[in-house]
Design a protein around this ligand. Structure first.
Ligand SMILES: [Zn+2]
Length: 342
Protein backbone atom coordinates (compact mmCIF):
# COMPACT_ATOMS: atom_id res chain seq x y z
CA UNK A 1 0.00 0.00 0.00
CA UNK A 2 2.57 2.60 1.09
CA UNK A 3 6.28 2.26 1.70
CA UNK A 4 5.88 2.86 5.40
CA UNK A 5 3.03 0.54 6.37
CA UNK A 6 2.51 -3.02 5.18
CA UNK A 7 -1.02 -4.27 4.60
CA UNK A 8 -0.60 -6.61 7.57
CA UNK A 9 0.46 -3.76 9.85
CA UNK A 10 -2.42 -1.67 8.52
CA UNK A 11 -4.93 -4.43 9.22
CA UNK A 12 -3.53 -4.94 12.71
CA UNK A 13 -3.96 -1.19 13.32
CA UNK A 14 -7.56 -1.40 12.12
CA UNK A 15 -8.29 -4.33 14.45
CA UNK A 16 -6.84 -2.33 17.35
CA UNK A 17 -8.72 0.79 16.20
CA UNK A 18 -5.35 2.48 16.63
CA UNK A 19 -5.82 6.21 16.37
CA UNK A 20 -2.11 6.75 15.95
CA UNK A 21 -2.61 5.55 12.37
CA UNK A 22 -5.41 8.01 11.54
CA UNK A 23 -4.23 10.21 8.71
CA UNK A 24 -1.61 7.69 7.59
CA UNK A 25 -3.94 5.54 5.51
CA UNK A 26 -7.64 4.86 4.99
CA UNK A 27 -9.47 1.54 4.96
CA UNK A 28 -11.62 0.97 1.89
CA UNK A 29 -14.49 -1.50 2.26
CA UNK A 30 -15.28 -2.77 -1.19
CA UNK A 31 -18.64 -4.32 -0.29
CA UNK A 32 -20.12 -1.14 1.21
CA UNK A 33 -18.28 1.34 -1.02
CA UNK A 34 -17.08 3.31 2.03
CA UNK A 35 -13.67 4.28 3.33
CA UNK A 36 -12.79 4.88 6.97
CA UNK A 37 -10.06 6.00 9.33
CA UNK A 38 -8.15 3.07 10.84
CA UNK A 39 -9.79 3.85 14.19
CA UNK A 40 -13.40 3.94 12.92
CA UNK A 41 -15.72 2.67 15.63
CA UNK A 42 -17.95 0.85 13.14
CA UNK A 43 -17.96 -2.94 13.08
CA UNK A 44 -14.89 -4.38 11.41
CA UNK A 45 -15.37 -5.56 7.82
CA UNK A 46 -14.14 -8.97 6.71
CA UNK A 47 -10.46 -8.79 5.80
CA UNK A 48 -11.20 -10.03 2.28
CA UNK A 49 -13.42 -7.01 1.56
CA UNK A 50 -10.79 -4.47 2.58
CA UNK A 51 -8.36 -2.52 0.46
CA UNK A 52 -6.00 0.08 1.94
CA UNK A 53 -5.34 3.46 0.37
CA UNK A 54 -2.68 6.00 1.28
CA UNK A 55 -5.36 8.70 1.59
CA UNK A 56 -8.93 9.65 0.82
CA UNK A 57 -8.24 10.81 -2.69
CA UNK A 58 -6.95 7.37 -3.64
CA UNK A 59 -10.07 5.78 -2.18
CA UNK A 60 -12.35 8.22 -3.98
CA UNK A 61 -10.55 7.53 -7.24
CA UNK A 62 -11.47 3.87 -6.72
CA UNK A 63 -15.13 4.89 -6.39
CA UNK A 64 -15.45 4.83 -2.59
CA UNK A 65 -17.22 7.41 -0.38
CA UNK A 66 -16.06 8.80 2.97
CA UNK A 67 -17.66 7.18 6.05
CA UNK A 68 -20.13 9.56 7.69
CA UNK A 69 -19.33 8.19 11.11
CA UNK A 70 -15.55 8.66 11.31
CA UNK A 71 -15.15 11.41 8.67
CA UNK A 72 -11.77 10.15 7.43
CA UNK A 73 -11.01 13.33 5.48
CA UNK A 74 -11.17 15.49 8.61
CA UNK A 75 -8.17 14.01 10.43
CA UNK A 76 -5.92 17.02 9.84
CA UNK A 77 -8.62 19.49 10.75
CA UNK A 78 -9.53 17.55 13.90
CA UNK A 79 -5.91 17.43 15.03
CA UNK A 80 -5.47 21.16 14.52
CA UNK A 81 -8.70 21.82 16.43
CA UNK A 82 -7.69 19.60 19.36
CA UNK A 83 -4.24 21.17 19.58
CA UNK A 84 -5.72 24.67 19.46
CA UNK A 85 -8.15 23.76 22.23
CA UNK A 86 -5.36 22.27 24.36
CA UNK A 87 -3.36 25.46 23.96
CA UNK A 88 -6.37 27.49 24.97
CA UNK A 89 -7.10 25.34 28.02
CA UNK A 90 -3.48 25.36 29.16
CA UNK A 91 -3.20 29.12 28.92
CA UNK A 92 -6.56 30.06 30.40
CA UNK A 93 -6.95 31.03 34.04
CA UNK A 94 -10.37 29.42 34.19
CA UNK A 95 -11.30 26.45 32.05
CA UNK A 96 -12.86 27.73 28.80
CA UNK A 97 -16.44 26.60 28.15
CA UNK A 98 -17.21 23.99 25.55
CA UNK A 99 -19.01 26.68 23.54
CA UNK A 100 -15.93 28.89 23.59
CA UNK A 101 -13.69 26.02 22.45
CA UNK A 102 -16.16 25.07 19.73
CA UNK A 103 -16.22 28.65 18.50
CA UNK A 104 -12.44 28.79 18.50
CA UNK A 105 -12.21 25.68 16.34
CA UNK A 106 -15.22 26.21 14.10
CA UNK A 107 -17.04 23.04 15.17
CA UNK A 108 -20.41 22.69 16.83
CA UNK A 109 -20.09 22.08 20.60
CA UNK A 110 -21.36 18.49 20.46
CA UNK A 111 -19.18 17.60 17.50
CA UNK A 112 -16.12 19.22 19.04
CA UNK A 113 -16.72 17.39 22.31
CA UNK A 114 -16.73 14.11 20.36
CA UNK A 115 -13.60 14.96 18.36
CA UNK A 116 -11.69 16.01 21.48
CA UNK A 117 -12.71 12.96 23.43
CA UNK A 118 -11.83 10.62 20.60
CA UNK A 119 -8.38 12.14 20.41
CA UNK A 120 -7.51 12.66 24.07
CA UNK A 121 -9.73 10.12 25.79
CA UNK A 122 -11.24 12.77 28.05
CA UNK A 123 -13.79 15.52 27.49
CA UNK A 124 -12.39 19.08 27.39
CA UNK A 125 -13.84 19.71 30.86
CA UNK A 126 -12.31 16.52 32.29
CA UNK A 127 -9.01 17.39 30.64
CA UNK A 128 -9.05 20.87 32.18
CA UNK A 129 -9.81 19.30 35.54
CA UNK A 130 -6.99 16.77 35.22
CA UNK A 131 -4.62 19.54 34.24
CA UNK A 132 -5.60 21.62 37.24
CA UNK A 133 -5.16 18.69 39.62
CA UNK A 134 -1.85 17.85 38.10
CA UNK A 135 -0.58 21.39 38.44
CA UNK A 136 -1.69 21.47 42.05
CA UNK A 137 0.12 18.22 42.68
CA UNK A 138 3.24 19.45 40.91
CA UNK A 139 3.18 22.63 42.95
CA UNK A 140 2.98 20.57 46.12
CA UNK A 141 5.63 18.06 45.24
CA UNK A 142 7.91 20.30 43.25
CA UNK A 143 7.63 18.30 40.08
CA UNK A 144 7.05 14.71 39.21
CA UNK A 145 6.72 12.38 36.35
CA UNK A 146 2.96 12.26 36.13
CA UNK A 147 2.48 14.67 33.27
CA UNK A 148 1.45 12.73 30.22
CA UNK A 149 3.29 14.04 27.22
CA UNK A 150 -0.14 13.86 25.69
CA UNK A 151 -0.85 17.00 27.64
CA UNK A 152 2.15 18.62 26.06
CA UNK A 153 0.47 17.82 22.76
CA UNK A 154 2.92 16.84 20.07
CA UNK A 155 2.30 19.87 17.86
CA UNK A 156 2.52 18.02 14.60
CA UNK A 157 0.79 14.76 14.07
CA UNK A 158 -1.64 12.68 15.99
CA UNK A 159 0.79 9.80 16.07
CA UNK A 160 3.24 11.96 18.00
CA UNK A 161 0.58 12.37 20.65
CA UNK A 162 0.89 8.71 21.33
CA UNK A 163 4.54 8.11 20.62
CA UNK A 164 5.48 10.64 23.25
CA UNK A 165 3.03 9.68 25.89
CA UNK A 166 4.70 9.08 29.19
CA UNK A 167 1.36 8.17 30.60
CA UNK A 168 -0.79 8.96 33.55
CA UNK A 169 0.60 5.96 35.39
CA UNK A 170 4.06 7.34 35.62
CA UNK A 171 4.83 4.35 33.45
CA UNK A 172 7.31 4.92 30.72
CA UNK A 173 6.44 4.06 27.15
CA UNK A 174 8.63 3.16 24.24
CA UNK A 175 7.91 4.34 20.72
CA UNK A 176 5.18 1.77 20.22
CA UNK A 177 3.24 3.84 17.71
CA UNK A 178 5.92 3.06 15.16
CA UNK A 179 5.72 -0.69 15.65
CA UNK A 180 8.53 -0.57 18.20
CA UNK A 181 11.19 0.71 15.79
CA UNK A 182 14.49 1.14 17.62
CA UNK A 183 13.28 -0.85 20.64
CA UNK A 184 14.86 -4.12 21.77
CA UNK A 185 12.48 -6.60 23.38
CA UNK A 186 13.80 -9.54 25.38
CA UNK A 187 11.40 -12.41 25.79
CA UNK A 188 10.96 -15.90 27.11
CA UNK A 189 8.24 -18.50 27.38
CA UNK A 190 8.22 -20.26 30.74
CA UNK A 191 6.12 -23.07 32.12
CA UNK A 192 3.96 -22.04 35.04
CA UNK A 193 1.25 -23.80 36.96
CA UNK A 194 -1.20 -22.02 34.67
CA UNK A 195 0.44 -23.09 31.46
CA UNK A 196 3.00 -21.56 29.14
CA UNK A 197 3.52 -17.90 29.97
CA UNK A 198 5.14 -15.42 27.60
CA UNK A 199 6.98 -12.54 29.24
CA UNK A 200 8.54 -9.76 27.18
CA UNK A 201 10.28 -6.61 28.33
CA UNK A 202 12.20 -3.61 27.05
CA UNK A 203 14.89 -1.90 29.10
CA UNK A 204 12.06 0.15 30.61
CA UNK A 205 9.82 -2.63 31.81
CA UNK A 206 7.48 -5.48 30.95
CA UNK A 207 5.66 -4.80 27.68
CA UNK A 208 3.73 -8.05 27.33
CA UNK A 209 2.64 -10.87 29.58
CA UNK A 210 0.33 -13.47 28.11
CA UNK A 211 -0.50 -17.15 28.18
CA UNK A 212 -0.18 -19.75 25.46
CA UNK A 213 1.51 -17.49 22.96
CA UNK A 214 4.89 -17.62 21.27
CA UNK A 215 7.21 -14.98 19.85
CA UNK A 216 5.20 -14.76 16.63
CA UNK A 217 2.60 -12.80 18.61
CA UNK A 218 5.33 -10.36 19.68
CA UNK A 219 6.43 -9.96 16.08
CA UNK A 220 2.86 -9.17 15.15
CA UNK A 221 2.38 -6.59 17.89
CA UNK A 222 5.81 -4.98 17.69
CA UNK A 223 6.72 -5.58 14.04
CA UNK A 224 9.71 -3.24 13.98
CA UNK A 225 11.24 -4.08 17.35
CA UNK A 226 14.29 -6.28 17.66
CA UNK A 227 13.27 -9.49 19.44
CA UNK A 228 15.91 -11.25 21.53
CA UNK A 229 15.26 -14.46 23.44
CA UNK A 230 16.59 -14.38 27.00
CA UNK A 231 19.38 -12.08 28.18
CA UNK A 232 21.08 -11.66 31.56
CA UNK A 233 19.33 -8.49 32.77
CA UNK A 234 16.03 -9.84 31.49
CA UNK A 235 16.36 -13.15 33.35
CA UNK A 236 16.40 -11.30 36.66
CA UNK A 237 13.20 -9.45 35.83
CA UNK A 238 11.70 -12.67 34.48
CA UNK A 239 12.33 -14.46 37.78
CA UNK A 240 10.52 -11.69 39.66
CA UNK A 241 7.60 -11.80 37.27
CA UNK A 242 7.25 -15.57 37.53
CA UNK A 243 7.38 -15.40 41.31
CA UNK A 244 4.69 -12.71 41.32
CA UNK A 245 2.41 -14.73 39.11
CA UNK A 246 2.87 -17.95 41.04
CA UNK A 247 2.14 -16.19 44.34
CA UNK A 248 -0.03 -13.34 43.15
CA UNK A 249 -0.61 -10.15 45.00
CA UNK A 250 2.53 -8.15 45.20
CA UNK A 251 3.78 -6.90 41.88
CA UNK A 252 3.51 -3.14 42.13
CA UNK A 253 7.30 -2.90 42.05
CA UNK A 254 7.66 -4.55 38.66
CA UNK A 255 8.24 -1.86 36.02
CA UNK A 256 5.95 -1.78 33.00
CA UNK A 257 6.42 -0.35 29.54
CA UNK A 258 2.96 0.21 28.14
CA UNK A 259 1.13 2.92 26.30
CA UNK A 260 -2.50 3.66 25.62
CA UNK A 261 -4.72 6.66 25.33
CA UNK A 262 -5.05 8.85 28.41
CA UNK A 263 -8.30 7.10 29.29
CA UNK A 264 -6.93 3.60 28.75
CA UNK A 265 -3.98 4.38 30.97
CA UNK A 266 -6.30 5.80 33.59
CA UNK A 267 -8.22 2.49 33.46
CA UNK A 268 -5.02 0.46 33.76
CA UNK A 269 -3.99 2.58 36.72
CA UNK A 270 -7.39 1.89 38.31
CA UNK A 271 -6.85 -1.85 37.71
CA UNK A 272 -3.47 -1.69 39.43
CA UNK A 273 -5.17 -0.13 42.44
CA UNK A 274 -7.61 -3.01 42.99
CA UNK A 275 -6.28 -4.89 46.01
CA UNK A 276 -5.52 -8.57 45.46
CA UNK A 277 -8.49 -10.66 46.50
CA UNK A 278 -11.02 -8.04 45.42
CA UNK A 279 -12.86 -7.50 42.14
CA UNK A 280 -14.50 -4.54 40.41
CA UNK A 281 -17.05 -4.08 37.65
CA UNK A 282 -16.41 -2.23 34.39
CA UNK A 283 -18.61 0.59 35.67
CA UNK A 284 -16.43 0.95 38.75
CA UNK A 285 -13.28 1.03 36.63
CA UNK A 286 -14.80 3.66 34.34
CA UNK A 287 -15.68 5.78 37.37
CA UNK A 288 -12.24 5.33 38.94
CA UNK A 289 -10.71 6.41 35.63
CA UNK A 290 -12.70 9.63 35.79
CA UNK A 291 -15.53 8.94 33.37
CA UNK A 292 -18.41 6.97 34.93
CA UNK A 293 -20.37 6.84 31.67
CA UNK A 294 -17.53 5.27 29.67
CA UNK A 295 -18.31 1.70 30.70
CA UNK A 296 -17.76 0.26 27.24
CA UNK A 297 -14.52 2.20 26.81
CA UNK A 298 -13.36 0.74 30.13
CA UNK A 299 -14.16 -2.70 28.75
CA UNK A 300 -12.10 -2.03 25.68
CA UNK A 301 -9.22 -0.64 27.77
CA UNK A 302 -9.34 -3.95 29.62
CA UNK A 303 -9.26 -5.86 26.35
CA UNK A 304 -6.27 -3.87 25.15
CA UNK A 305 -4.20 -4.56 28.22
CA UNK A 306 -0.90 -5.98 26.98
CA UNK A 307 0.36 -7.08 30.35
CA UNK A 308 -1.89 -9.70 31.90
CA UNK A 309 -1.71 -10.31 35.65
CA UNK A 310 0.60 -7.32 36.36
CA UNK A 311 -2.18 -5.03 35.12
CA UNK A 312 -4.81 -7.21 36.75
CA UNK A 313 -7.64 -7.12 34.24
CA UNK A 314 -8.67 -10.50 35.64
CA UNK A 315 -10.01 -8.62 38.68
CA UNK A 316 -12.84 -7.15 36.62
CA UNK A 317 -16.10 -9.10 36.57
CA UNK A 318 -19.61 -8.36 35.40
CA UNK A 319 -22.17 -6.58 37.52
CA UNK A 320 -23.96 -9.39 39.32
CA UNK A 321 -20.86 -11.50 39.80
CA UNK A 322 -20.63 -13.32 36.47
CA UNK A 323 -16.94 -13.80 35.69
CA UNK A 324 -17.22 -12.19 32.25
CA UNK A 325 -14.50 -12.98 29.73
CA UNK A 326 -10.73 -13.31 29.71
CA UNK A 327 -8.32 -13.14 26.81
CA UNK A 328 -6.59 -16.37 27.83
CA UNK A 329 -9.63 -18.34 28.87
CA UNK A 330 -11.79 -18.43 31.97
CA UNK A 331 -9.81 -21.27 33.57
CA UNK A 332 -6.82 -18.99 34.03
CA UNK A 333 -8.97 -16.10 35.25
CA UNK A 334 -10.70 -18.36 37.76
CA UNK A 335 -7.36 -19.72 38.96
CA UNK A 336 -5.84 -16.23 39.41
CA UNK A 337 -8.86 -15.04 41.37
CA UNK A 338 -8.88 -18.20 43.48
CA UNK A 339 -5.22 -17.72 44.46
CA UNK A 340 -5.74 -14.07 45.28
CA UNK A 341 -8.78 -14.81 47.41
CA UNK A 342 -6.55 -16.62 49.88
ZN1 LIG B 1 -15.87 4.93 9.42
Amino acid sequence: MTDAISDDAAWAAVLRRDRAFDGRFVTGVLTTGIYCRPSCAARHPARGNVRFFADGSGARAAGLRACKRCLPDDVGRDEAAVLAAIDEIRQAEDAPSLTALAELTGYSPTHFQRVFKRSIGLSPAAYARALREERARDALSGGGDVTGAIYEAGYGSASRFYENTKGLLGMTASAWANGGAGVTIHWAVVDTSMGAMLVAATDKGVCRLSFNEDASELARRFPKAELVEGGAAFEKLLAEVVASVEAPGDFAHIPLDVKGTAFQEACWKALREIPAGETRTYAEIAAAAGNPTAVRAAGSANARNNVAVLIPCHRVIRTGGDLGGYAYGLDIKRELLKREAK
